[in-house]
Ligand binder design. Structure first.
Ligand code: PBG
Length: 325
């Protein structure tokens, strides 16, 4: 009130050079992680119907893909596997010859400097599509821990740089840390999907990863969307169990959670800009309803402004082409 007309905030917005000088948040290519869906077979490149521009790739396609990603300056990928066979206990997930294990080897051989993160979860490998072992119609927490630990060890044996449990069982970070340490992988960090919500925004991913639950839903293990204090408890618990990095997921409907987590904890904070968030942008862009490039860069910048250090996003490759210094 009294400050105007002496104070005029528009003075610092007049030119692009001026805006650039006072810009508070700068999105960088090194903030991005690109997800890859790895499938069995040879010569496979299947576009995911609900995720234009995202493909299921077979292992033989990965060297070229990894080269392109690294060539764009993107520092890391996160791998999801689509196995040939699924069973009750998701055994293809911790098979040393499984798709993800092969994929890790292939990528590390072709492009050693690319950081390879693996998603550790049973849902892509179980016949019922749940993230844990089913016992009396429910997902049994404690029986699942051993399998997750086996999966993380098999990823580390294949050469994974970081393992990322996304199952939301209690105690899984501790179980995985113990398993890795006892197998000699004391140096492999754990990126915990600590605050992972039971979100409808995962819909397109479940088509991409062929991992939709065959009965029920994931609400007895993933978090209830209205809760934020509980997210902080989840993160606190995972840090106590030994997580090296923590994640909030999804990103856009949870920017407040990202901000709270950034204020409360010192670890590197990761946000997952999930499949449904990607698909909505692509669908609107295909119809010509939004300026795709500006919308994507605005979304990614807002996730960083909310407090994320690292953003997992299906937009990583296009964003890397657009980010200018
Ligand atoms: C596996 C997993 C999911 C996602 C990442 N890891 C799906 C789920 O929990 O149903 C979602 C990623 C996305 O939607 O992009 N548990």
């Amino acid at each position: 009130m009294a400050d105007f007309p002496k104070l005029r905030l528009r003075r610092l917005r007049r030119t692009e050079a001026m805006r650039r000088l006072v810009r508070e948040t700068v999105l960088d290519i090194t903030d991005l992680v690109y997800p890859l869906f790895v499938t069995h077979g040879k010569g496979v490149k299947n576009e995911v119907a609900s995720m234009p521009g995202v493909f299921q790739l077979s292992v033989d396609k990965l060297a070229a893909e990894a080269g392109e990603i690294a060539g764009l300056g993107i520092p890391a990928v996160i791998l999801f596997g689509i196995p040939e066979t699924k069973d009750e206990l998701g055994s293809a997930g911790y098979d040393s010859k499984g798709v993800v294990q092969q994929a890790v080897k292939e990528i590390k051989k072709a492009v050693p400097e690319l950081v390879v993160i693996t998603d550790v979860c049973l849902c892509e490998y179980t016949s019922h599509g749940h993230c844990g072992v089913i016992s009396e119609g429910e997902v049994d927490n404690d029986q699942t821990l051993e399998l997750l630990s086996k999966m993380a060890i098999s990823h580390a044996e294949a050469g994974a740089d970081i393992v990322a449990p996304s199952d939301m069982m209690d105690g899984r970070v501790q179980a995985i840390r113990k398993g890795l340490d006892e197998s000699g992988f004391v140096q492999v960090p754990i990126l915990s999907y600590a605050a992972k919500y039971a979100s409808a925004f995962y819909g397109p991913f479940r088509e991409a990863a062929e991992s939709a639950p065959q009965f029920g839903d994931r609400r007895s293990y993933q978090m209830d969307p209205p809760n934020i204090r509980e997210a902080l408890r989840e993160i606190e618990q995972d840090i106590a169990e030994g997580a090296d990095m923590v994640m909030v997921k999804p990103a856009l409907a949870y920017l407040d959670v990202i901000r709270e987590a950034r204020n409360a904890f010192k670890l590197p904070l990761v946000a997952y800009n999930v499949s449904g968030e990607y698909s909505m942008v692509k669908a609107a862009a295909q119809r010509g309803w939004i300026d795709e490039r500006r919308v994507i860069l605005e979304i990614l910048t807002s996730i960083k402004r909310a407090g994320a250090d690292i953003i997992i996003t299906y937009h990583a490759k296009e964003a890397a082409r657009w980010i200018t210094r």
